[in-house]
Design a protein around this ligand. Structure first.
Ligand code: GLN
Length: 548
């Protein structure tokens, strides 16, 4: 494209309206017009990265190939765009301030007073430009976290405003808003959206496009109202009703001609080709026609927020299960199981028999751990397909050591450092770090290669020996106990290339249809068009159980 273009996506009315999916979907429809796109996420927290944020508050920590711990929306972008994103595409308030302060300490401001404005917004702009350059993107889409009107994201809005002056005609603002539809009123209300658009005006920004999220599609009357009161063209109000699957959103946006609207505003329509969303249309059709279910239980702990249950902490796991289910021709039915219940009443674990497969995802600390071990034992004995991710793999090794390798009270020092059998142990380089309270960004993080042993379930799934997977852990299988565990029948079917770190554990298929654990996080590398091989194999085993 002749000139580079920038889009900012901001949210109005409330959080959780789907800015991330909107951003990913806008990127998708522009990509489908032959443009190169990249997406950035701005997280207004002071935390330097998402690694230190509580998953119940902030949602999942999504790890990039380069090891950076980011927001779950980065996962949405990668899954929609089938692209590996670098850490340049993620920033928090803390990270921005950190760079400015480092520069100041290095005298890079040459004795000038360093001020919040303009130096913080300038740093933000610098980062957006750098991400654009690195990706050689025609269109760079930046999602600004938080909601319009709150204090936290104001400096990022200021950066966006300054960019509009720096690149006149080449910057566009999308406001993702929400229209409540109270049952007692009987119609979707536009007033909160009007306020959001005006608050945005107060930051010096006029929205160009309003994506109106609502339970139901927007009618003409509502579109007109939003157009008049928010100062925009009626065709620039996009109806974004709730959908059965997020993978319908790009196609839905195009029903309202969104890519045309965006490209016209940016004066770039001539430079784009006709839209080709064939793959997405096929995917949506496929998802809609799936009839038979596969029922997967996820045993975890980061579900509760007050009296409510949220699944945000496991978003990539959910998507990975969905992708694998679609590829296996099944409708995914995912349910949440709280391991603490099995600690209170071990008999309750029998409910796992109702599922075709069980996943235990990653986690930290000691809450609910014994319940998870009870669940793993049950899956092993009852031959229910089991897939353990990171902590879910470590606990699988602990269960096996305790109940099959004669190591009563085997444990991980993360929970019990007095155990006589620390079959999981802290990695040597991690010990020092913890001693120095060096917690942030210091786990074993990001993509590392591993070697898969032939003739194993893992090899059958990957169909190759050399793989690369993303990690996020401090503990590992303790080399001292490997022989004993293997003698008792568990196989380590993938290791680091130097064979020091155990990457996948499994039982032979002759003993169990699918009892597999991965020290890494396979859920971080999956897309609806290319499900992760291990999830695919797991759901296949689950489907076979259902068929029996
Ligand atoms: N708590 C475990 C560790 O630090 C597992 C981490 C995880 O599941 N991501 O090794």
């Amino acid at each position: 494209m002749k000139k580079k273009k920038f889009i900012f996506v901001v949210g109005g009315v409330m959080s959780g309206v789907g800015k991330g999916i909107t951003t990913a979907s806008i990127a998708t429809i522009l990509k489908a017009r032959g443009l190169s796109v990249t997406t950035l996420k701005i997280d207004p927290y002071i935390n330097v990265d998402a690694g230190t944020m509580n998953p119940t508050e902030h949602g999942e920590v999504f790890v990039l190939n380069d090891g950076y711990e980011t927001d779950q929306d980065m996962g949405n972008y990668e899954r929609f765009l089938e692209k590996v994103l670098p850490n340049d595409n993620y920033m928090t308030t803390g990270r921005v301030y950190q760079s400015v302060i480092e520069r100041e300490r290095n005298l890079e401001y040459k004795g000038k007073c360093v001020e919040v404005v303009p130096h913080i917004p300038l740093e933000v702009i610098h980062r957006i430009e750098k991400a654009q350059e690195k990706a050689k993107a025609d269109v760079t889409i930046t999602e600004i976290g938080g909601t319009i009107g709150e204090y936290q994201n104001i400096l990022f809005l200021e950066a966006a405003r300054m960019m509009r002056n720096k690149y006149p005609g080449d910057v566009l603002f999308v406001l993702v808003s929400y229209l409540p539809n109270p049952s007692k009123v009987g119609e979707p209300k536009t007033k909160p959206t009007q306020y959001a658009a005006r608050t945005l005006n107060g930051a010096g920004i006029q929205a160009d496009v309003i994506v109106a999220r609502s339970e139901i599609p927007l009618d003409k009357k509502r579109k007109e109202k939003i157009a008049v009161f928010c100062n925009i063209n009626e065709n620039h109000v996009i109806s974004a009703p709730d959908v059965d699957t997020i993978y319908d959103v790009p196609v839905n946006f195009e029903k309202d001609g969104l890519s045309d609207t965006i490209l016209s505003i940016l004066n770039a329509k001539d430079e784009a080709k006709e839209s080709d969303l064939t793959a997405w249309k096929t995917l949506s059709r496929k998802i809609r026609t799936l009839e038979k279910e596969v029922k997967i239980g996820i045993v975890g702990k980061y579900f509760e927020t007050g009296s409510f249950i949220l699944s945000d902490a496991y978003i990539s796991v959910i998507e990975a299960v969905k992708h694998a289910a679609y590829a296996n021709g099944r409708k995914p039915k995912i349910e949440w199981l709280n391991s603490i219940e099995y600690e209170k009443d071990p008999k309750k674990v029998a409910e796992l028999s109702d599922y075709d497969g069980i996943v235990i995802p990653g986690g930290f600390g000691s809450r609910g751990i014994e319940g998870k071990i009870i669940a793993i034992k049950y899956c092993r004995e009852k031959k229910i397909p089991y897939f353990g991710l990171c902590y879910g793999m470590q606990l699988m090794v602990i269960e096996y050591a305790r109940n099959k390798a004669g190591m009563k009270d085997a444990h991980t020092p993360e929970v019990n450092d007095k155990t006589p059998f620390p079959v999981i142990d802290i990695m040597i380089e991690q010990k020092e770090r913890l001693k120095n309270k060096d917690y942030g960004g210091t786990m074993r993080l990001g993509a590392y290669p591993a070697t898969v042993k032939k003739g194993t379930i893992a090899h059958k799934a990957y169909k190759k020996e050399r793989i690369s997977e993303r990690h996020r852990h401090r503990y590992e299988v303790n080399p001292e106990f490997i022989e004993r565990i293997e003698q008792a029948g568990l196989i380590f079917s993938a290791t680091s290339p130097d064979k020091h770190l155990m990457e996948i554990a499994e039982l032979p298929q002759s003993q169990h249809p699918f009892f597999v654990g991965a020290q890494f996080h396979p859920e971080f590398q999956t897309s609806p068009f290319a499900p992760h091989p291990l999830f695919h194999a797991f759901v296949k085993a689950a489907k076979e159980r259902e068929e029996e």
